[in-house]
Write a protein that binds this ligand. Structure first.
Ligand SMILES: [Zn+2]
Length: 322
């Protein structure tokens, strides 16, 4: 099916679900009371958004014990009765997220209950990114980087250009990017914008992107070893027949502010959307308190250091040239 179809099918699914699933409708209604604060950095902005509907997800327990004791909310047999789905190629579903961050927000789970794993699913990630691109961007949270169901393979999709990095990518790349590889149909950049460290892969050929990603992944798995996979978040968007894949190089899931006590605590649990430029605070007191310096501290803690990301870029150059 063409890109046109899945984007429109998803949009229609959400329209219908708002009519026939009360919890879903309430979730989207609650977006009307969301508040924003915008912080400007040299070539980009970070938005902080107070969204009380997200407390369940932000504070979700994702340790192995808690996960094994709950009913998986992405398995088909456990979906709420009112929840409808669209079957996507490669045994995936398109579902409406009833606890939205985006004006339109979807969860894209595998039909099979299998662990979050980007190495085996990057090809589907690229398909989704292209097929939903009329209205949406797609993202992946690693099992230790914000996925609230690390035991069930899934991606998410949300309204295009909602995350500030999507519109600001070119300016951030121009100001802070280092081109580390180029071929006729692909370009790879290493970017450290002072807050975030990431690798971008841009290209027009799915096959080339898969090859480059495989080399990246093997190199990163050794450099930033972690089980079950190295720490990362990925945002993908597709425009002008070109994929743009942004891979955030994470060192940590939750920053120390999350675990601090009393006045020092800020409940912010960074995943793709947050590092993509929209930080979600489900508590009003945190939203009011948070400053530009807090954002610096939080981002510095959860990404590789400047030295580490420089070193990784060097290793990646060799890997990509091999
Ligand atoms: Zn499951």
């Amino acid at each position: 099916m063409s890109a046109f179809n899945f984007s429109d099918l998803a949009k229609n699914l959400l329209l219908k679900q708002k009519e026939n699933w009360e919890q879903c409708n309430n979730g989207y209604d609650s977006l009307n009371s969301v508040q924003d604060k915008i912080f400007s950095f040299d070539s980009f902005t970070i938005k902080v958004q107070f969204n009380p509907g997200r407390i369940v997800s932000t504070a979700a327990k994702v340790d192995t014990k808690s996960i094994s004791e709950r009913r998986c909310f992405l398995c088909r047999e456990n979906l709420p009765q009112q929840q409808n789905s669209i079957e996507y190629i490669d045994n995936f579903l398109i579902l409406c997220n009833p606890f939205p961050i985006f004006p339109e927000h979807f969860t894209l789970p595998s039909i099979e209950h299998t662990q979050q794993n980007i190495k085996n699913s990057f090809s589907v990630f690229l398909d989704f990114t292209k097929d939903l691109s009329k209205y949406y961007s797609v993202f992946y949270n690693g099992p230790k980087c914000g996925a609230s169901a690390p035991d069930h393979l899934h991606f998410q999709a949300g309204s295009k250009y909602f995350m500030t990095i999507e519109k600001e990518f070119e300016s951030v790349k121009a100001a802070h990017g280092k081109k580390i590889f180029e071929a006729s149909d692909v370009e790879v950049n290493s970017i450290d914008d002072g807050l975030r460290k990431f690798i971008s892969i841009e290209g027009t050929s799915k096959k080339t992107l898969e090859n480059v990603f495989e080399k990246f992944f093997n190199c990163y798995s050794i450099f930033n070893y972690s089980e079950p996979e190295p720490m990362l978040n990925i945002i993908g968007f597709y425009e002008n027949e070109t994929w743009r894949i942004i891979i955030f190089l994470r060192a940590k899931h939750r920053p120390s502010h999350f675990f601090a006590e009393g006045d020092k605590q800020i409940i912010l649990s960074p995943a793709s959307v947050d590092v993509g430029g929209v930080c979600i605070t489900p508590l009003e007191k945190d939203f009011e308190k948070i400053t530009q310096d807090h954002l610096r501290e939080i981002f510095w803690e959860i990404f590789l250091t400047k030295e580490e990301s420089n070193l990784f870029a060097k290793k990646l150059v060799s890997a990509l040239q091999s």
